[in-house]
Ligand binder design. Structure first.
Ligand SMILES: Cc1cc2nc3c(=O)[nH]c(=O)nc-3n(C[C@H](O)[C@H](O)[C@H](O)COP(=O)(O)OP(=O)(O)OC[C@H]3O[C@@H](n4cnc5c(N)ncnc54)[C@H](O)[C@@H]3O)c2cc1C
Length: 577
């Protein structure tokens, strides 16, 4: 199997030239945030991902996790890699220095996470869920909870989980029935069963902090009545050290299509001790802090898997000889065949567009949280809100498309397991499902996000896209410019159609609309790349020009074909069988 090489040139280009990460250095929060030495930070993270994490990827897939006497054991090498990750400070890198964090902007953490998840998606889910738990506690925990739980979650000594799903409560989180009963001492007793809990138990850390949704006895029905609790695996003694087991256990592990190295646990809560976060019945709002963060990270999983699949397919195509080309007498490497080149360029440009979308979303969250001007911060939050469903759903669709193209490039060697190409596709498959299925993301975009500031947040974005289309025209990229102008026109007209139609028609058009948005936003950012290549390394610039032009001229137009599906209305779907 081809080794993974961190794509530092494109990551660094997108950070510097597309999302202009250096702007963040003027925010107080990032004054000491390592932006001066960004290149070193990225290359060290890339080295760690390649040398420490990537070698565990295949082992994790082959061995999977095991449950023995109620304890989950992770595959060979996972715990060692986690220990090194924690010791090197990567777990803490993006968090506030007051809790022992390194203070890096979220967009840089996103780039680091991309490399870790490309190296081993199953392993990287553990830090991903922990990041989400930290965000939730930072935003909504009280001072005592923050002091107790955050330093050791930030350091990576302990890890976090997200306990929402129950057998009857998947997309419909409001159907959660896990019970929480208040005790005289102010703690709660939590009882019920959660399923599909990622990293719900394992042997890599000293404690596990389960952020758990449950319902108090007189709670309102649906999402309005849900509360959020901290339920530790091990209860703490008076010094804050893990002392004795809580009544929360992993009772079985799922056998899955992919991410075998990530334990997906059925968790039983049997009057487990839990601590309320914030107020009763406000838990769904708190959990959204975690979910928004996790949604972007799942989008980044699509990017990481796409990058890894592309690198592997390219390596294979350069070595595998079949057929003749250009009058050669000998068989040539398949990379010489135009149809194979089309697959490779599609893989590369989709992955790069998804990377740019995810980083643009991440930098908006940095602006929302830290920009000193509250109006600018509010606009940044709107941009993050608008782009998050696109970053999640479009990038994971891309991860799947790219991983499947990777199998196609390998021919039969992709379908058999030993090349590893199939693992990327199996691992990618879950990314369109968890953290809110892509269908749910599309509904969120069409029913809520399009309406932000009465549609003005979308219009602000469209104007920026118009501007790039104009600049592309002036710079001589007229075909790219026309394609981008056509796509943003389609976004405007279909968004207006969605705003004017009945709820069922909007729900029916939501997924094709999200795909149109993903292609258009990706093309906007690839267009900005085309305009920013002056002064870059010539070899990099040549490759990026090819990839960005290909995206704008050959992939973007396919989005126009979605317009009839967006505007067909619900009646067109009336008969399924
Ligand atoms: C490997 C793995 C790891 C996971 N990790 C976690 C975790 O750590 N914590 C956690 O809490 N959960 C976790 N989950 C659960 C995951 O978030 C859910 O599987 C997901 O939310 C979908 O719920 P469901 O599986 O019940 O599917 P369903 O909700 O039954 O959906 C089935 C289909 O119906 C569609 N659908 C459902 N409702 C609607 C609607 N209103 N409108 C339109 N379409 C709809 C969906 O898009 C989907 O296509 C994990 C799942 C897996 C498989």
């Amino acid at each position: 199997m081809t080794d993974f090489a961190p794509p530092l040139d494109d990551i660094s280009f997108v950070l510097r030239r597309i999302v202009q990460v250096e702007r963040l250095a003027s925010f107080d929060a990032f004054a000491d945030g390592g932006l001066d030495s960004l290149g070193d930070v990225l290359s060290e993270a890339g080295r760690f991902a390649t040398e420490v994490v990537a070698p565990t990827n295949r082992t994790g897939d082959l061995e999977g996790c095991t449950l023995v006497d109620g304890e989950v054991h992770t595959p060979t090498g996972f715990a060692k890699a986690w220990g090194q990750y924690v010791a090197a400070g990567w777990a803490a890198a993006p968090f506030a220095p007051e809790y022992g964090g390194g203070g890096l902007p979220w967009v840089v953490a996103t780039a680091i996470f991309e490399m870790m998840t490309a190296a081993n998606t199953a392993w990287a889910l553990c830090p991903m869920l922990t990041h989400g738990s930290i965000h939730l506690l930072q935003e909504h925990g009280d001072e005592g909870q923050q002091a107790t739980w955050l330093p050791r979650l930030v350091s990576g000594e302990w890890t976090g989980t997200m306990n929402l799903t129950e057998p009857q409560a998947g997309s419909d989180v409001g159907a959660v029935t896990t019970k929480a009963v208040r005790q005289p001492d102010g703690t709660y007793r939590i009882s019920g069963q959660k399923i599909f809990i990622t990293w719900g138990d394992h042997d890599m850390a000293g404690n596990i902090v389960h952020l758990t949704l449950a319902r108090t006895p007189d709670a309102a029905p649906g999402t309005r009545g849900i509360s959020c609790f901290i339920v530790p695996k091990l209860l703490l003694d008076e010094h804050g050290a893990p002392a004795r087991p809580n009544a929360v256990t992993c009772v079985s592990l799922e056998h899955k299509m992919g991410i075998h190295g990530s334990p997906t646990c059925v968790m039983a809560f049997d009057e487990a001790e839990g601590y309320l976060i914030g107020e009763e019945q406000a838990g769904m709002r708190y959990m959204f802090t975690m979910m928004n963060n996790a949604r972007l990270s799942v989008g980044v999983e699509g990017v990481g898997l796409g990058e890894r699949a592309f690198q592997q397919a390219l390596g294979f195509a350069q070595e595998r000889h079949q057929g003749r080309a250009g009058g050669s007498k000998q068989s040539v490497a398949i990379v010489r065949h135009p149809d194979v080149r089309r697959m490779l360029l599609t893989m590369r440009s989709l992955t790069e567009a998804a990377r740019a979308i995810c980083y643009e979303t991440a930098v908006a969250t940095d602006g929302a949280e830290h920009h000193p001007d509250t109006d600018v911060a509010r606009r940044a939050q709107e941009r993050a809100d608008l782009l998050t469903p696109v970053a999640k759903a479009w990038s994971t669709d891309v991860g799947n498309e790219v991983a499947h193209l990777g199998i196609q490039v390998h021919g039969g060697y992709g379908f058999v397991e030993e090349t590893g190409a199939a693992q990327h596709a199996r691992d990618a498959r879950i990314t369109t499902i968890y953290e809110g299925t892509n269908g749910i993301q599309a509904i969120d975009l069409a029913t809520r996000k399009l309406g932000i500031r009465d549609g003005a947040a979308l219009e602000d974005l469209c104007r920026e896209i118009d501007d790039v289309a104009d600049q592309l025209d002036t710079a001589g990229f007229s075909v790219c410019s026309s394609a981008l102008a056509a796509a943003v026109g389609q976004v405007r007209t279909t968004a207006a159609w969605l705003r004017d139609h009945a709820a069922d028609d909007v729900l029916a058009g939501a997924t094709p609309f999200l795909r149109l948005m993903g292609h258009t936003v990706g093309a906007w950012l690839m267009g900005r790349a085309l305009l920013a290549l002056d002064g870059e390394d010539p070899a990099f610039a040549e490759g990026k020009r090819a990839s960005a032009s290909f995206f704008l001229t050959q992939l973007l137009p396919r989005a126009g074909g979605l317009v009839p599906s967006i505007t067909a209305g619900a009646d067109a779907l009336a008969t399924v069988i």
